[in-house]
Design a protein around this ligand. Structure first.
Ligand SMILES: NC(=O)C1=CN([C@@H]2O[C@H](COP(=O)(O)OP(=O)(O)OC[C@H]3O[C@@H](n4cnc5c(N)ncnc54)[C@H](O)[C@@H]3O)[C@@H](O)[C@H]2O)[C@H](O)CC1
Ligand code: K
Length: 484
């Protein structure tokens, strides 16, 4: 599923127009498709109000009103901001009247069961004008089902800011042609409710898309009957200090359960014995950090990671550089994520910051990052020629050429210390088993979130802990591999 910016939608509309497809027709299709999408949510005797604005979002509301009224729904079409001013919306209002349909006066004292927001769409500039704010806060105070058309009024298509928190608080949003970035940004994303896209019959395609289960299945490596431990490569993870042994254990769990043939943990003596009791399959490079700083990389390593459970220091920086020089695909996490002028490496480098770490890398506030995480991750990835996995709700994966993905899986069960360590282990392990590093990164992030979704089918998200991945990964991977 593709995700669009406002300018891409305008471009697509313009192209359709040049090819003889009028905006009037597009709006007609939009209104009709919205009608079909909404039918399962509403009843004929619901008191429904459509709040129509003066632009084309309002025009969609006019068409929707016509379809609903023709089908016998109890609908009031109102223009609380004034009558339409765009050509297409005006034409549709004329046509609406020709069909003997009527519009109502806006009366905030009336009570409704369903409120449909067609006030503002992708033409929004923020902050909202006072008259719009009033209608939005009226809507949010009503005890009614709230449905937004395209985007909830008060959010923009491309950015996550919601000035003063004033936006239509939708239960459902139906986005035309495709979902917009703000669905996945914060705080805007919290206003959309359940979001679906509505096709208006135009060709799909953009440089940002959502990872699909089908794509994970299609790119997940087969385990042939003839495979042996060498087939799936040896992974190396530099992790853990005596006072943070748990992170290294969790990274080892993530790695060993995700398919790598062999796992070498570069760590301290004490941490090694802790790991060995939970992940007996692991082998060790003792005094790992120092040995790697000296250039000692064990043989046959095909993927590496550094960072879980270690603090930023000169030796961590040095070890990271040694690994970057080696040409082995490298995951850089936690203590190894340090600000630097360049990430020049001979192989792919994958940074896995959470917003706090990305804030340290970029100098931007966490709030700014959350409101614009897609573009910021993409910009960093392109500028530094690295892959950025910006973690959080809707993890963003941006590759050095700008290709960017959003991960749909996961829930609040992952918002716990240690789940990032597991992810690092998983990415390293999948780098070792996949031919294509991009697939490895996408698949690991998707499966990591899928584990949390599986957990929440039976248990409370509150109680999930990172060590549960030991049990969850086999179930998640079974769902991915089942159809192979
Ligand atoms: N291909 C498609 O996806 C189609 C989508 N359609 C719909 O058209 C709107 C976009 O229409 P547009 O007229 O460009 O913008 P708006 O409806 O959002 O209205 C802009 C209108 O509102 C005023 N305005 C902007 N910001 C504010 C504010 N802060 N306060 C008050 N007023 C504001 C501004 O002056 C403009 O006049 C899209 O979202 C879809 O719903 C089409 O149906 C066709 C195909
Ligand atoms: K809207």
């Amino acid at each position: 599923m593709y995700i669009y910016r406002a300018d891409e939608i305008h471009q697509i509309d313009q192209q359709a127009l040049e090819q003889g497809f009028s905006l009037f027709s597009l709006m007609e299709i939009a209104g009709r498709e919205l009608f079909h999408k909404m039918k399962p949510l509403i009843k004929k005797d619901d008191r429904i109000i459509i709040l129509s604005g003066r632009g084309n979002n309002g025009g969609d509301g006019i068409v929707l009103s016509r379809y609903l009224r023709m089908a016998g729904y109890n609908v009031s079409l109102v223009f609380p901001l004034g009558r339409p001013k765009t050509e297409t919306a005006k034409q549709h209002l004329d046509y609406y009247f020709m069909q003997d349909e009527k519009v109502d006066e806006w009366n905030p004292n009336q009570v409704y069961d369903v409120i449909i927001d067609c006030l503002l769409g992708i033409g929004t500039t923020l902050p909202l004008r006072e008259n719009v704010k009033q209608v939005v806060s009226w809507s949010n105070e009503q005890d009614a089902l709230r449905i937004a058309v395209d985007i909830p009024t008060g959010v923009q298509a491309d950015h996550g800011h919601v000035p003063d928190g004033e936006a239509f608080l939708a239960d459902y949003s139906f986005s035309l042609h495709g979902v917009k970035r703000s669905t996945f940004l914060l705080p805007s994303g919290t206003y959309f409710g359940k979001t679906e896209s509505v096709s208006v019959g135009l060709k799909q395609g953009s440089d940002l898309s959502i990872i699909s289960k089908e794509s994970v299945r299609a790119t997940f490596p087969n385990r042939e009957v003839t495979s042996h431990k060498g087939t799936f490569g040896t992974s190396l993870i530099v992790a853990g200090t005596d006072h943070m042994p748990g992170s290294a254990v969790l990274a080892a769990i993530g790695a060993i359960r995700s398919g790598t043939g062999k796992l070498v943990m570069a760590t301290t003596d004490r941490v090694a014995s802790v790991i060995a009791s939970t992940v007996p399959e692991a082998t060790f490079l003792l005094n790992g950090l120092e040995r790697i700083c000296q250039g000692h990389i064990p043989e046959k390593i095909v993927a590496a990671g550094i960072g879980p459970g270690i603090e930023a220091s000169e030796s961590v920086k040095k070890a990271t550089e040694v690994l970057m020089e080696s040409g082995i695909p490298l995951v850089v996490d936690a203590g190894a994520i340090q600000k630097r002028n360049n990430w020049k490496a001979k192989g792919p480098v994958i940074l896995t910051p959470h917003p706090g770490e990305f804030s340290r890398l970029t100098g931007l506030s966490i709030e700014e990052i959350q409101a614009n995480r897609i573009e910021l991750a993409r910009h960093y990835a392109m500028h530094h020629h690295v892959t950025v996995v910006l973690k959080g709700k809707y993890t963003v994966i941006a590759f050095p050429d700008g290709e960017t993905y959003i991960n749909p899986t996961g829930n609040s069960g992952l918002a716990k210390g240690g789940s990032g360590d597991v992810l690092t282990g998983m990415i390293v392990s999948m780098l070792a088993t996949h031919d294509n590093y991009r697939d490895a990164v996408k698949n690991a992030v998707y499966v990591h979130g899928l584990c949390a979704n599986i957990w929440s089918e039976k248990y409370s998200e509150t109680s999930m802990v990172a060590s549960d991945f030991h049990r969850l990964l086999p179930l998640a991977l079974q769902r991915i591999e089942r159809n192979k």
